[in-house]
Structures are given as structure tokens and as C-alpha cells.
Design a protein around this ligand. Sequence first.
Ligand code: MSP
Length: 670
Amino acid sequence: MRRFYITTPIYYVNDHPHIGHIYTTLVADTIARYRRSRGDQVYFLTGTDEHGQNIERAAQKRGIEPIELADEVVARYHSLWQAYGVSHDDFVRTTEARHHQGVVEMVRRIEAQGDFYTSHHEGWYCSSCEAFYTDKELLPGELCPTHERPVERRSEENVFFRLSKYQDALLEWYDSHADCIQPESRLNEVRQFVASGLRDLSVSRSQLDWGIPFPGREGQTVYVWLDALTNYISALGFGRDDAMDLFDAYWQGDGTRVHLIGKDILRFHAVYWPAFLLSAGLPLPSQVVAHGWWLQDRQKISKSVGNIVRPDELVDTFGIDSLRYYVLRDMVFGQDASFSDEGFIDRYNSDLANDLGNTASRMVTLSRRAFGDCLPPTGSRALAAAAEEHLAAYHEHMESYAFQRALESLWKLLADTNQFLVAHEPWKKIKNPDALGEVADVLWSGLEAVRLVAAALLPFMPRKAPEVLAALGFADGEGQTLEWGGLPTGTPLEALQPIFPRIDKKAYLADAVAPASTADSAKPSVQETAVQDASSGPKTPAADAGAAKEAPAEAASAADATPRIDINQFFETELKVAVIEAAEPVPKSNKLLKLTVEIGEPTKRTVVAGLAKAYAPEDLVGKQVVVVANLKPAKLMGVESNGMVLAASEGGKPVLLHPQVTVPPGTQVR
Ligand code: MSP
């Protein structure tokens, strides 16, 4: 049995948990649950980082002791993780005695190697990072490169760690372990940083009381990062001779050790931590996996842009598993993403309420009607090949942390299932006794596909996926196989209550924003967004909306007056489904985005679209859209566009059209 150790960063206690912290932990939880489902022996650690100047200052501001502040925030984390169904095995606090013992042992080992020395130190200090920066690293105006806040000049006597000594060993590690830093772009970034030359690292502070006293170095406190990083092994018993079992099993053994982190703390995990471990003669992590950031531009909160961020309310209203699904489905792992209420609701309605919920409920209802409130009496392998293909892709993507792709693979199976149902139309045949054999085969296969999807969703939605399985007659989510054929035949089926009731998006968003916007009354119309240019294009979105607002009745009759076209004229327009693979602003344009799209052709296409005012580029990556594929190329702001993306225009803003279920790129639209 493979041992798998997964950790989250330990969170600072001077801040209340927000969506960024929640995200890291939810991803780690999904990985832990997935590995358990594959039969691994998993140990999942999270915790809190409680020492340092920031925490000391935050406590001072409130007139309480740092430990009181820490206790308060820790209690919040505990209840949060419980509410979110986080399945961690341990929660470590850096103020615990067991952690203290681990840090003392770490320092002892590094000291024994002769890798510490004392020296005078002067530099730019960011107290938010708890790190020194050089002149070169600062942003203009003497700002911290991470926090963009002013840094302070500091001069002190510190203990230094001989980081430079480990430069070659680190480069050797990166080069000999291709997947030690994920995604690969991060590895290149780290490699470049190390190859450009490492300076020794100051690992103590003389002006800090709230921390672990540096063993053997009077007046010095252990640098918070040396302290914090050691949590990954102190929690396993490192430094306590009587409690080393977990350490031996999960850190010394040949299992896998994964640190999941945000990209902001990559250097600490991919450079400093391995160097400390090398010095201490300890094994290195197997993988450091860095994800991107959730962006929330509170300045731009608006209904039409759809970026109102109310995760707490969303969770209260639609449940935690829906949020788990949304954050894992919508973030292209490793890249930044924007959190929005609107994105959440769209995802929920299309994927959960429609594709999963409706598909399951339609088949359960049909099966009950045709087979006396039971599952079909016989099984078949009609969708087995599709299921095997999509599940193989699911596993492959889960192994490489491409969660959005893993979920897409499951939704491809749902799309195949729907197509299969449409092709066989069991609803038309259930009253015909001669066709009941076929109906049984079709419904059983469809329901088995839904079972497989629900079973594969267990790591993502530990509460809702079992509800889908319960609807198929399983008492709980336990013991599900991801092999074709796990659904029984002929067993009783209960009537299905909606598991994912549809959200009324308009009502929810209207409730979220003061009703100042007049855009509501604008009549929606289909409009092209790969505009030539606002000035030369046929109609601007604003013109469309304005006309509709002022005179809806006239607009209707004007539509009537538009000359009708023959169906063959319509077929001259080649509409295809495309997947957006990359998106970036067109320089000097506040309206245009340059999209790279896959439309089932040997090479990708560039399409320029007027979407910038309504969509952030990172929100578009991975989305399926409809493009006009046989347009003549046109240059827009100097970029050649080979197609046009279709969107509805609501209130003057483009609203992209997406297929209701995921279909292969290049699929014709008609
Ligand atoms: N205490 C250190 C980590 C020490 S690990 C030995 C720390 N703490 S933190 O509370 O500031 O942030 C921890 C992590 O939260 C980040 O690395 C990242 O994983 C996550 N996030 C915080 N804000 C985030 C976003 N806006 N988006 C996504 N994740 C981010 O750093």
C-alpha cells in the first residue's frame, strides 16, 4: 500500500480565513480523498502559523496576548474545516510543545553540519512577508514585491544559514526530479532564481519576542519561516524520540510527500525548505505543487460584470459542496482565476442542476415508471466503452492535479449519456411491452454512467455525491468501484427529490445589488462580439440595448420587418463549438481580447473578440463557446482574427453562449 502525505500551508492567525485559504484546503482535501479512494494510506495535515511580528502586532492592537488571538482564530479554523467537510488527520499549531521540539531538533542538526554562522545584517524588511529584500528585488518606491507595501530598513546581528552551499544540490534535485515542482512553469521560475546565485539566508531575528528562542544563540529568535516550515515534520513526531512512528512512515519511507501551496510562497517551499532538509540530512518532499490566486476586484463589483463575491452567503444558500465543485472546476489549476457569484451560479445551474441532477432524475423517474419503482431488471454494456475512456482521462488528470480537466472528463461521460438517451428515446417506449428489454438496457446503462460519475465525484463533493448515489439505491458512498457494472438490477428505487434545485440567477443577483441598474430592462439580443471595431462595426452593443430599452414594441415589429432568409442562406454560416485555450488583452484596446481557440482543426485559431469589458481573460480559459468559423480573416487593432465569437447582448454587455453540456471542439452548431 502506498503512503501518501499531503499538507496545506499553515495559515497565519492575524487574518480571518478567506476564499484563498479555503481553496488551498479544499484542493488538499480533494487530493486526500482521491488518494484514499485509490487505496493509498493517506495522512493529511493542516494547521496554523502563530509566531512572528505580524501576529504580535495584531494582538497588541487588540490589547490581548498573541496566544489569545491565536486561540480565537484557531477555533474559527476548526469550525470552518468541519463545516467544509475537510478530512484532515491532524491540525498542527506552531505554538504547541511538539512543534517546539521539532524546531529544536532541526536547528541542532543544521548546527551540527556547521551551516549556521552569526553576522551583521542590513537590508529592506517586509514585516508582512517576514523577509529581507535587496534593492534590486524591490518595486519602484521601495515597495515589497509581494505585498506592494513600504518596506523598512533594518540592521541587526543575525544567525545565517549557508544557503549558497546548497545551490548545486538544489539544481541537481530540480534536474533529476522532473515533477518535483508543479506546474512546470513554476519549476522554471525557481530554477532560474537558484541558478542566478543564492545568498545565505538570515534565519533569526533579534527584535522579536513572539517566537521560539534560537537554541544556543542568546537573544535570537528562530526566523518564522524556519519555524513554520518545520511543521511538516514536527507534526509527524520529528524531534520526539518516543513518537517517531508517523515520521518514519510518512517522511522517511518511500511514500509520496506533497506540499500544496499558493504560488506566493513557492520560494520558501521550493528553495529554503529543501535546503534546510538537505542540511539536516533528511529526505526532500516528493512534490511542491503551487496553485494560482483567486482574484476579487472589489472595486469592480457590479451586477453586469457579475463579480459580486459572497462565498459565505453562497454556501448558506446553495451548500458547501457546490462551492467545492465551483472552485475546483473553474480554476485552471496553477493559474489565477476570478471568483464571482455569477460564475458560481452559472456553473451550478448548467453542470449540477442540469447535466447531473436532471439526467439522474429523468432516468430514475423513467425506470420507476417502467419497472415498478425499481431499477431496470437487466444490465448492459452500452456505455461501457465511453465510461472507460472518460474515467481513464479522469484518473490521468487527477494524478497531474488538473482538476478542471478531471471534472470535464466526467461531464463528457454525462454528455455521452444524454446523447445516448436522445438517440434511443426510452420515454417513447416505456408503454410498449415489446420494447421493455431495450428500455432496460438503455436506462440501466445511463444510470450506471451516472453512478460512475457520482462515485468519481466523491472526493470533490463528499456530501452531495453520496446523495446522488443514494438516489440510485446505495445507502452511502462507501464501497463504490470505478469499474463498469457496479449498479444492481431490479432493486427498489425511491422517488427522487431534487438534489441540485435550480438557482434563479436573476432573483439572486437582483437581491445582491442595489436596484440602480437600468440595464435590467434591456431586451436581450444575440449579437456578435468579434466586432470589426466599434466605429466601423454594424451595430454596437450599446446601440442594441438602447433601442430595446426605449421602444420594446417597435423593436419587435422591426424584427418582424427584417427580411427573412432561406435555410440554405443560414447554412452558409459555419458555426462551430470552440474551446478557449488562451486569452489576453489586445494592446491599446480596452474592449478587445485575443483568444486562442481549438475548433477541432490541426492548428489553433486566433479570434479577436470584444469581450474585455465583461470578461477577465483568465475567466475565459477552458470555456466552450460558439464561433463563426468561415469568416474571412480581418485585422482588428493590428491582430488578425480568424472567426467570430457569438454572444448575447444584455444591457450592452456581451454574454457568451456556451453549449449546455461539454461537447468535442469543432462540433457543428445549427
Ligand atoms: N503562514 C504562511 C505559510 C507557511 S507554510 C509553512 C502563509 N500563510 S497565509 O495565511 O498568508 O497564506 C497561506 C496560503 O493561503 C497561501 O499560500 C495560499 O495557499 C493561500 N492563499 C491566500 N490567499 C490566496 C488567494 N487569494 N488565492 C488563493 N490562495 C491564496 O503564507
